[in-house]
Design a protein around this ligand. Structure first.
Ligand SMILES: Cc1ncc(COP(=O)(O)O)c(C=O)c1O
Length: 371
């Protein structure tokens, strides 16, 4: 049976759908650092066999210590998980909210995790007219609605992506602080925050340490290009972290992940190179996509949301298919709540790959044989 081609980077399903070997695709559907894993990862793999006959440290002490130094957090305020995905799931299970507020669009796992716990979803609409920014007005409206329905402060869970996937928009910290002052519980997914040059102005990691109602989730899989390793972490008050930890499966973070996580945090040059590359390449790719006639939405992260204007008479699904059979994978973003069948998302990669992407896209957009 063909798997649902939903999340990006599913090369196995792409192979079945588009009929090319998995290693022949140019993959723009997953938002991964194109530099690939830092060099230290290969070194860890070479020596790893020496520790494979022992259980991993169940409390992930060394990696938590290093994350504490990296972000200036107390290690008791950090929980490491099997990818940010595990922490998203844990966070919802801890709170068992009466209702979960998510933006439309946003990463589908927030709503999926909430539904698994039986929590209804309240969608906070975002609009293309203001580049999908979350506004204080939208929040106020939702708060009024909750109070009218008898949902008290602390009974709802606000699950916000900053930067948001697939829009790339950051949430203004002032908006989140306002919610916290109202007594609301907030989880901020900062899975892509490492890609943001002025992350210090937007990240709430340090505030989570001292605010019982705030939890921040980070992923290490995107920035360090190690999605197969599964590594993420949450920051919160010591009590919140202890509660999340109690629900976690023992040894959920294996020893290889722990060693790789500790090693990549020392790769300062890799991190610097990544930010330099993104600063050059994202604006270039944005301008080229606009020149093809596509509507590009602004952002700073390593992926770009765009829509296909009506005159092309082409849906995002059709564009994805036409590009897929030509060996280029893009993300059809029409499955995200609040986006219609004209939206696509692509990862920012290296110039040579962009030239290939643009060449194929130009051909598909200009193809006279399309209905
Ligand atoms: C916004 C966002 N958060 C979290 C995740 C999950 O990351 P991880 O690979 O660390 O589980 C993803 C993966 O695509 C994502 O896009």
């Amino acid at each position: 049976m063909l798997e649902r081609y939903g999340h990006g980077g599913d090369l196995r399903t792409a192979q079945e759908l588009f009929g090319l070997p998995a290693d022949q695709f140019h993959d723009f559907s997953a938002n991964m650092n194109p530099y690939g894993p830092p060099a230290c990862v290969a070194e860890v793999l070479r020596t790893y066999t020496d520790s494979i006959d022992r259980y991993p440290d169940p409390s992930v002490r060394e990696l938590r210590r290093k994350l504490g130094i990296h972000h200036d957090l107390d290690p008791s305020c950090v929980l490491v998980g099997n990818g940010a995905a595990e922490l998203i799931d844990l966070a919802v299970r801890v709170y068992r909210p009466e209702v979960t507020a998510v933006t439309g669009p946003s990463f589908v796992e927030y709503a999926d995790a909430a539904r698994k716990c039986g929590s209804p979803i309240h969608v906070l609409p975002l609009y293309p007219e203001n580049d999908f920014r979350l506004t204080a007005d939208t929040i106020r409206r939702a708060l009024l609605d909750f109070r009218r329905r008898g949902i008290q402060p602390g009974q709802a869970l606000w699950f916000l992506g900053s930067p948001n996937n697939p829009t790339g928009q950051l949430v203004e910290p002032a908006i989140i602080r306002e919610l916290l002052l109202e007594g609301e519980r907030v989880i901020v997914d900062e899975a892509f925050m490492d890609f943001v040059p002025d992350a210090a102005n937007y990240s709430l990691l340090r505030e989570a340490e001292v605010n019982e109602r705030l939890t921040v989730i980070r992923s290490m899989t995107k920035f360090y290009a190690i999605p197969g390793i599964r590594l993420g972490y949450a920051a919160g008050s010591p009590q919140t972290i202890a509660e999340l930890g109690r629900l976690q499966v023992p040894w959920s973070v294996n020893s290889l992940s722990q060693q790789i996580g500790s090693a990549v945090l020392d790769e300062k040059q890799y991190a610097e190179n990544t930010l330099t590359w993104l600063k050059q390449e994202r604006p270039w790719l944005e301008s080229q996509l606009s020149a093809l006639g596509l509507r590009v939405y602004p952002g700073e992260v390593n992926y770009i949301l765009f829509s296909i204007p009506a005159e092309f008479n082409l849906t995002s699904k059709e564009l994805q298919h036409e590009m897929g059979v030509r060996g280029v994978l893009i993300r059809d973003a029409s499955g995200f709540d609040g986006l219609d069948e004209t939206f696509c998302r692509i990862a920012v990669r290296f110039r040579e790959e962009h030239l290939r992407l643009l060449d194929v896209m130009k051909n598909v957009l200009a193809d006279p044989s399309r209905p």
